[in-house]
Design a protein around this ligand. Structure first.
Ligand SMILES: Nc1ncnc2c1ncn2[C@@H]1O[C@H](COP(=O)(O)OP(=O)(O)OP(=O)(O)O)[C@@H](O)[C@H]1O
Ligand SMILES: [Mg+2]
Length: 468
């Protein structure tokens, strides 16, 4: 093998993209110079939004959470296994566990590197793999919801139990796609057959290929004769979770299997017939997924014979009271409590909230609230709700109403200014006002703005805000 620098760089790049941890490196000014594939997945970012940009321009660190990367840069501090929660530029919350260290050269800090594990994904991976062999728990009776939208979806799903057609289940995270998949299996005549679920996002390509289709002894070093999940699911149902994360190459192979109804183990030349009903879940709209190259059109046509769209909770808020009642009963039993319901304030706030985490988020909030209630308390009060919920709600309340922006624009509006400049101008004025009202106290101002001191100071420098 040649070992020129260019050649080595290629190898490094490939390694960076293949490892299963996120890697993010910045230079001494805080500008991103390395950002690997896994990190893009963890933080839901595109490379172009991050690379060569200052990290404090891209990510938002709230309150007392400061970026471990910036700490490494500014204080030379090394941190291990620190849990960090922050937000990407689309406002999406990210939780990771990091190891961060500064890079020294000639005694000076030249940059810093962060190695991150995605905790949310990790939890899901463990969960998903338990499901691989596990039995199914859910039936249509488990699906709570009385809204017309939900009733329609359940009706559609029930019709799908009569056949063995492939089904594509589309919906945001936490809307109950897994529930639907299991219910369809349990309501069909495949009920006594196996139900196997595999998350397509959790594993690298070659592994998932061997896992799905099996291997023949000698296909690669160490390969033994193993049946894949298709063979194991024979006579039953195979749920492919996050199908839009499957590589385009593997999607082509999958399509072939769906058409021919035979599989070929990796390294084998023999076709094995399989009788498997495939269900697939995805959290992206199929049209977008096709446009973004996350899904092959032909696979969509094959898989989406029956497509079930599970609506997000904010589009069926009528379901909230029933869901709340069910979750309260569930945790009353589990925690041996006697909670009766919500206070009026909580009820109203639930109806206004956006529920980006959908039913899963609602359940977590009820569970969290019931964890901190006193034994004899019977009503969930606003103060019982978890801090994250309350701060998101507060942010929403304090937002400028549309009419205010409208009036402002009518009076001062120059609509030829690009949005970015207009926003920057607003950001600058707003920070200046809050600073002034707090006698230029940085900590206080940062706290009110929901930023770390670091983030505030960075923004002041960038926007050229001076304090006198
Ligand atoms: N309609 C519903 N009735 C009762 N519980 C629900 C409902 N929808 C979701 N849940 C609960 O919310 C949680 C998340 O549901 P599920 O795992 O099916 O989500 P998902 O759509 O597969 O999300 P993801 O895309 O994140 O995997 C589960 O614990 C489930 O019990
Ligand atoms: Mg799921």
């Amino acid at each position: 093998m040649k070992t020129s620098q260019g050649h080595l760089n290629k190898i490094y790049e490939r390694i960076l993209d293949e490892v299963d941890v996120g890697i993010h490196a910045v230079d001494e000014t805080g500008k991103t110079i390395i950002y690997n594939k896994k990190m893009m997945q963890i933080e839901s970012m595109d490379l172009k939004d991050v690379i060569n940009k200052n990290l404090l321009d891209v990510f938002i660190f709230k309150d007392n959470q400061s970026s471990t990367l910036v700490q490494a840069l500014q204080e030379g501090r090394e941190t291990t296994n620190v849990k960090q929660t922050y937000f990407n530029n689309k406002g999406r919350e990210i939780t990771t566990i990091n190891n961060t260290f500064p890079i020294f050269q000639d005694g000076k800090i030249q940059g810093a590197v962060e190695i991150a594990k995605d905790v949310t994904k990790l939890e899901r991976l463990i969960h998903g793999n338990m499901n691989t062999k596990g039995s199914t728990r859910y039936t249509f009776d488990s699906i709570i919801g009385n809204s017309p939208a939900m009733r329609d979806v359940v009706e559609g799903a029930k019709r799908a139990t009569r056949t063995s057609s492939y089904v594509l289940i589309v919906g945001e995270t936490g809307t109950g796609k897994e529930l639907f998949a299991q219910s369809i299996h349990n309501g069909s005549d495949r009920l006594s057959g196996p139900f196997i679920s595999q998350n397509c996002a959790a594993l690298p390509d070659n592994l998932i290929e061997s896992l799905l289709f099996g291997t023949k002894r000698g296909a690669f070093t160490g390969a033994i004769d193993t049946p894949g999940l298709f063979e194991q699911a024979n006579g039953g149902t195979l749920l492919l979770d996050e199908i839009n994360s499957l590589s385009i190459g593997l999607q082509a192979k999958l399509l072939r299997v769906l058409q021919e109804k035979t599989i070929r183990r990796v390294g084998d030349t023999k076709d094995i017939p399989v009788d498997v009903r495939v269900l697939a879940n995805m959290n992206e709209d199929p049209i977008d997924a096709i446009a973004n190259n996350h899904m092959r059109k032909d696979l969509y046509y094959r898989l989406g014979v029956v497509t079930i769209f599970v609506p997000p909770l904010r589009e069926r808020k009528e379901d909230i009271p029933l869901l709340v009642q069910n979750f309260i009963e569930k945790y009353n039993e589990r925690f041996r409590m006697n909670v009766k319901g919500l206070s009026e304030e909580v009820r109203q706030s639930f109806m206004e909230y956006d529920w980006l985490g959908n039913v899963r988020e609602l359940e977590h909030i009820i569970e969290a609230a019931m964890n901190i209630m006193m034994e004899d308390e019977e009503v969930i009060m606003y103060s019982h709700l978890p801090f994250q919920y309350r701060s998101k709600m507060q942010m929403k309340e304090r937002m400028l109403p549309h009419s205010t922006v409208d009036t402002f624009m009518r009076e001062n509006g120059d609509v030829t200014i690009p949005l970015k400049d207009q926003m920057e101008q607003f950001e600058k004025s707003y920070i200046e006002i809050v600073l002034k009202r707090n006698n230029s106290n940085i900590s206080k101002t940062a706290q009110l703005l929901g930023l770390s001191r670091q983030s505030l100071q960075y923004r002041m420098k960038k926007l050229n805000i001076k304090i006198d």
